[in-house]
Design a protein around this ligand. Sequence first.
Ligand SMILES: Cc1ncc(COP(=O)(O)O)c(C=O)c1O
Length: 463
Amino acid sequence: MAREYDLTPQLVPRVETRHRRIVTELPARASLAVLEKLSRYEPMAMRGQPPIVWDRAEGFQVYDAHGNCWIDWSSGVLITNAGHGRREIVDAIIGQASAHLLTTYCFPTAIRADLVERLAGLLPDPLKKIFLLTTGSEAVECAIKLCRTHGVKAGGRSKNVIVSYEKAFHGRTLGSQQAGGIPALKEWIVNLDPGFVQTPFPDGFRTEDTSFDGFLRALADQGVEPSNVAGVVMETYQGGSAAFAPPQYMKSLRRWCDGHKALLVCDEVQAGFGRTGTMWGFEHYGIVPDLTTFGKGISSSLPLAAVAGRADVMDLHPAGSMTSTHTGNPVCCAAALANLDVIVKEDLAGNARRIGALLHGRLSAMKRRFPQIGCVDGKGLVAGVACVRPGSKEPDADLAWDVIRHSVQKGVLLFSPVGFGGATVKICPPLVITEEAMNESLGAFEEAFAEATVGQEALAGRV
Ligand SMILES: Cc1ncc(COP(=O)(O)O)c(C=O)c1O
């Protein structure tokens, strides 16, 4: 259900610590004019996030123009893996912009060649051809197109089914939204393509059966002939919960796809570029997909996305038939190259692993303390904290919203709840966060969780 945070400025306790500073009412009274302008001129669908108007951001901190500073647990929305405002990325953007080459459509540039070579060098075989795009949704659309093209070539026109996962999110365009597994988001499509089917995601919490049989059963129940499957598209971890599938399941899925000439697509728009403690999220499974989609953390800044894949699949379409106006935009390529340098040189995947161990250790302890936490999922520097009514798996969106409100008031910035029932608090700081800042923000988050649960109990008349 759509909801919004209250825009009435509230007095909140002053916070002044090493990494956080909250010194105004929230939302800051002085920011209301901007929020009101946005309400007037943007569609309502753009609302719904904590009402903080950003002014600048550096590393793992976000500042407003009114003296407040947050430890960022959002990375925008999992974009700034290398940290906000990285000097190296800013310099690369300025350098490219100063070279007076701001756009190219599909004309080649040296920097486009450098970027695809660099990405191919970082990816395992056979993911050696790269198509640059602009948004994650666009990359998913392209992967769907490649799956169907490959399917029809391998098995005729009936081999067109795209299997994806319940509760998945792959974007908001016509194809990517249908690959998603959230029915409410697809109502606008009206005439759903019967060639998109979903199967339960084996997360072990909402779907207790994590065996590969669940996949086979779901196909059989929906009358899908395995020989008609063109591709299986999955988020490497589910964005709504941060849940991974069991490696054994993924190995079975890899074999099944090979056996049925179906392409396996890992959507790494969230999981790529070090986020989960490895450069690519699919490394946790010990498999390599046929296609991957990237976005968000690929540049830690400007809009850029990519599809990477097997050469025989990427070359299915003839010259001139896969284009996009901003493909290989030189300024975005410069940002991405600098971003990749930072991620590799500073071993940010390693940092995500180390600081992620701290994060997940503390969240597990919180789960033992609070019966309102149904499940904690994720790896590295991504975590999902599923809020539930104690003693059940019923999602508690009110609690999740309150936890986030209290956290933001304490100087820890999170985006609104995501996932099943809108009740999952998603934690995804820039990968440059330090141990000290992680400990500090976890302390504040735990206080926020305790306050929110007391608030909920008071509302229910239990205290
Ligand atoms: C896994 C995944 N795929 C695709 C997308 C769509 O990306 P974009 O918003 O850049 O179109 C998202 C966005 O959140 C995502 O998380």
